[in-house]
Design a protein around this ligand. Structure first.
Ligand code: 6R9
Length: 660
């Protein structure tokens, strides 16, 4: 196996990994999806997806399922027409479920609101009318930069309702990141808030948008939700309060049908080169697969379940499993604004208890944090309502998986480890809670209708018990359609490594049973607390500081966050004064960390900064991050033969402080 699939060994080989857990009998007996779904999809994959598409309400039923005449550019259900917002809201009201709660909003300061499907329909309609009044029409892009408040859901659905693709930008991103995303999508309107609550304090958002918009002349209007009430700078010709303009609109709005391939949203994800990729998703296939997988993997019973996904709306998990999948299914769900430890470390469990949450979807980094905080904290709350526990964002190590099942799921609730990506749009590999005998730390099996396997460097399928690269071998309804404005990058990034197959960028092991266990990224994207951060972006932020000559960044295994950003920097003047390794000192370290935080956002701040005299490079000039990772993780060095000068590694090591 390629040495670039790193650290798989730390995820396996532990005692918990060998344990097996059968589905609870009562869940299996009443499960939405049974083993028959695999058989049906294997026998007729396209027929299977055509049937799932009929879970939606179409204005024009599609006659065609997949058009793959110009691979890898897929068109799903292309002759069908639907309105995504109608499917997520109106049809539930028309079916007599208007009083059902769509959102239980829990603000960080403790304010709460329950919003029914009927109320959501009115609010989305008003917002759609407001966007129209502000000049937004079908096809225009709208940037959304909001905290986790109901208006974020409403804004996205209002865009969908009028056929204006949204581009949601994570609320933790800096003005630079916001500006580059606005510019790339060429958005004409931005929806933001004065601020949101974070760790007990109001945290401003509008100043970030003001700074970004100063550099993006295409933005005509900024729509501002009043959330915290903090002071904001105001431009009368450009800015408008959400409460003012949305509040005075009519709640009547007729949702117009759009073609199934009408763009629904763009979401930016880090790439291996500095520039983020705008992942484009369209309407009919995306909604089919997000809705179906949410129904199948969480076994959602909309009348009785209370679902809670703890992701932020700024990431794909929030798009697919807070907004589109659950709402297409008429789910009742919790929307939480804040952090897990505000005002105390039992906040999540207090929320589960308060709303009787039955289905929980969170990330391994959160599970590991809860483990660290102690078993006694969840034990103080009544978690007996929980019946399915989801995990997403990165590999979940077997210990954390077992802890999740035992301490949160009372040793009874199945854990479903769901593998997927921004690019896949919806879950791809996951156990089914009423069917699969689960294995700690493993996503295990492609969902019905999904084809995935593990291949070696030569694209040959690996035998059971071997490692390789995860590839997807058939198109799927919620697949990305392209990289916004850059078809070539779509081809190069995903379809060129193994022709005819989608390369996910993840390493995987095919276990003895033929099940798939994910091992982490093979490229240079780091996964910190489930967030993708590219090494290239952090490096370019570091070298933009006047003291830094060169930088190489790696993700080092971290027990809590999955990976931690470790930066190796060469300071300016190093060569002339004979090498200033270690001369940076704590003052400069803090300054560089803050500099990265200001440039890219706090999540990208390096955990450690190591000042070195040289970086290991190959003859072709590529930095060998693999060797730096060995140092960052305190390992013996791997093969150094491709280095221009192998003594460089000794030089680097000799100047470093002892590892913490
Ligand atoms: C949904 C999401 C995608 C990358 C993906 C992989 C990692 C996600 C995982 C997982 C192992 C899982 N990943 N889920 N790795 N097991 N269950 O996270 O999308 O932000 O685009 O990240 O996350 O490395 O390639 P995105």
């Amino acid at each position: 196996m390629t040495p670039s699939v790193r650290d798989g060994a730390s995820l396996v080989g532990r005692t918990e990994e060998g344990r097996r857990f059968a589905p609870p009998a009562d869940l299996a007996a009443a499960a939405n999806v049974t083993a028959a779904a695999y058989e049906q999809a294997d026998a007729d994959r396209l027929g299977f997806w055509a049937e799932q598409a009929r879970r939606l309400t179409w204005a024009t039923e599609p006659a065609e399922t997949l058009d793959w005449s110009n691979p890898p550019f897929a068109r799903w259900f292309a002759d069908g027409e639907l309105n995504v917002a109608y499917n997520c809201v109106d049809r539930h009201v028309e079916a007599g479920h208007g009083d059902r709660i769509a959102l239980y909003f829990e603000g960080e300061p403790g304010d709460s609101r329950a919003i029914s499907y009927a109320e959501l329909k009115d609010e989305v309609s008003r917002a759609a009318n407001a966007l129209t009044e502000l000049g937004v029409t079908q096809g225009d892009r709208v940037a959304v930069y909001l905290p986790m408040i109901p208006e974020a859901v409403v804004a996205m659905l209002a865009c969908a309702r009028i056929g204006a693709p949204h581009s949601v930008i994570f609320g933790g991103f800096s003005a630079d990141a916001v500006a580059s995303r606005i510019a790339d999508a060429d958005a004409k309107l931005v929806i933001t808030a004065d601020g949101g609550y974070r760790r007990g304090k109001p945290s401003a958002l509008k100043p970030v948008v003001d700074a970004a918009v100063a550099r993006t002349p295409q933005v005509e209007r900024v729509l501002v939700v009043r959330r915290t009430g903090q002071d904001v700078a105001w431009d009368d010709t450009r800015d408008v309060w959400w409460q003012e303009i949305v509040g005075r609109q009519s709640a009547a709005h007729t949702p117009e049908p759009f073609g199934a391939e009408h763009p629904l949203f763009i979401l930016y994800t880090s790439g291996t080169t500095g520039k983020p990729k705008g992942i484009l998703h369209t309407s009919g296939g995306y909604l089919t697969q997000t809705g179906y997988t949410h129904h199948a993997v969480f076994d959602l019973k909309p009348e009785t379940d209370v679902y809670w996904c703890t992701a932020d709306i700024g990431w794909i998990t929030g798009h697919s499993y807070i907004v589109y999948g659950p709402l297409a299914n008429g789910a009742t769900q919790v929307l939480y604004e804040g952090t897990p430890d505000t005002p105390h470390r039992g906040r999540f469990w207090e929320i589960v208890q308060k709303y009787g949450v039955t289905l929980l979807y969170t990330a391994p980094t959160a599970v590991r944090t809860f483990m660290k905080w102690g078993d006694d904290i969840p034990a103080r709350f009544d978690l007996s309502s929980l019946r399915v526990l989801g995990s997403v964002g990165e590999p979940i190590n077997p210990e954390a998986w077992v802890w999740y099942r035992e301490h949160i799921g009372a040793g009874r609730a199945p854990v479903v480890d769901t593998w997927w990506q921004t690019e896949t749009g919806a879950m791809m590999i996951s156990p089914l809670p009423g069917v699969t005998v689960t294995k700690p730390g493993s996503a295990q099996v492609p969902l019905p209708g999904i084809a995935a396997t593990v291949v070696d460097d030569e694209a040959r399928e690996v035998p059971a018990g071997s490692d390789g690269y995860l590839v997807l071998t058939e198109p799927w309804p919620s697949m990305l359609r392209t990289v916004w404005g850059d078809d070539q990058r779509y081809l190069d990034t995903y379809w060129s490594r193994f022709p005819g197959r989608y390369f996910a960028g993840d390493g995987a092991r095919k276990d003895e049973d033929g099940d798939i266990r994910l091992l982490g990224r093979v490229d240079d994207v780091m996964l910190v607390s489930g967030h993708n951060i590219s090494t290239a972006e952090v490096e370019s932020a570091l070298v933009s500081h006047p003291e830094v000559a060169e930088a190489a960044v790696v993700g080092a295994a971290d027990a809590t966050t999955g990976q931690a950003v470790v930066a190796f920097v060469i300071l300016r003047g190093s060569a002339e004064d004979g090498g200033r390794a270690g001369a940076g000192g704590p003052g400069l370290d803090a300054e560089l960390r803050d500099h990265v935080g200001r440039t890219l956002g706090p999540i990208a701040k390096p955990r450690r900064i190591l000042t070195v005299p040289e970086l290991p490079k190959t003859r072709s000039g590529k930095i060998m991050r693999r060797l730096l990772r060995d140092i960052a993780e305190n390992r013996e060095l791997g093969d150094v033969t491709t280095l221009t000068d192998s003594s460089v590694m000794d030089l680097i090591r000799s100047g470093l402080p002892a590892a913490p």
